[in-house]
Design a protein around this ligand. Sequence first.
Ligand SMILES: [Zn+2]
Length: 285
Amino acid sequence: MIPYKTNPKNLTTMRFINTMALLLLFASSAFAQESTEETGEFLKDYGPLNAMAQNIALICWAVGLLIALGYYVKLSTTKGSKEKYDFINKYEIKSLWIAVIVLIIGGCFFANASITHLTPVYLGVRIFVTAAMGLIVAVIIQNLLKFYYPFYIEKRLKVLRYMPRVSPKTGKAMKLLSEEEEDAYLDEGMQAEENVFSVDYDVWKDEETGYIQIEKYSGHLHALQCPECNYQTFKVVKEEIIKQPTDTEEGEINKHYLCGYCGYKAKKSVVLKMQTKVIQSAATA
Ligand SMILES: [Zn+2]
């Protein structure tokens, strides 16, 4: 189990939920008072309105489920481990989050699809309570997706990254080269990138035919496990070149890491090999 740590972000979330709950309490007491009065009724029959709200709810749920389903269909039809890896890394949390929002909106409409009584005050209370409940559920799910879900994603990404690649030449499994072996196949620019920009190149070799497949993995897009809080939220945020390598001397670069969960920061100094050409690119965003 993940050790639970209190941190500023978590506190903000807790405070938000507490405030919302308190406001809900006020709103429901207002509702209790209002429900005893029979003045200012908007309509005689709320049937058509209720039916409309129910239909909107059903449409939202259908759309939400389709978004999630569409994602998994697209994923399962994506060929190749590396392509799947990139697809999951880029779209899984985003797609699920959008689906969740649409489902919650559907839930909000459904919660208001059996109205028998509606006055101006009661309308205000209903809108407020619905929005507050929706927000609470959204914040809870957003936290789950942001902090717990990445563990599950990470496991699957690891499997995909190290799943033996099949050589298109022979149809046999290829071999993943070690860091030392792979340098022979990476050009100067790629090696510099590996040094500087938290980019990892995996080189797969078909030993029978010598066929080489190179895959690029970016550290900026992919978070590591935080040494402090253990969440999968530790990312390179900045890289600064302390010393440019020359033909005769090694260079040095500092990589700055920041945890998106607990805010833990770390700095790692990395030696740049001699004669490495440092590519300045947008990767240092
Ligand atoms: Zn952390």
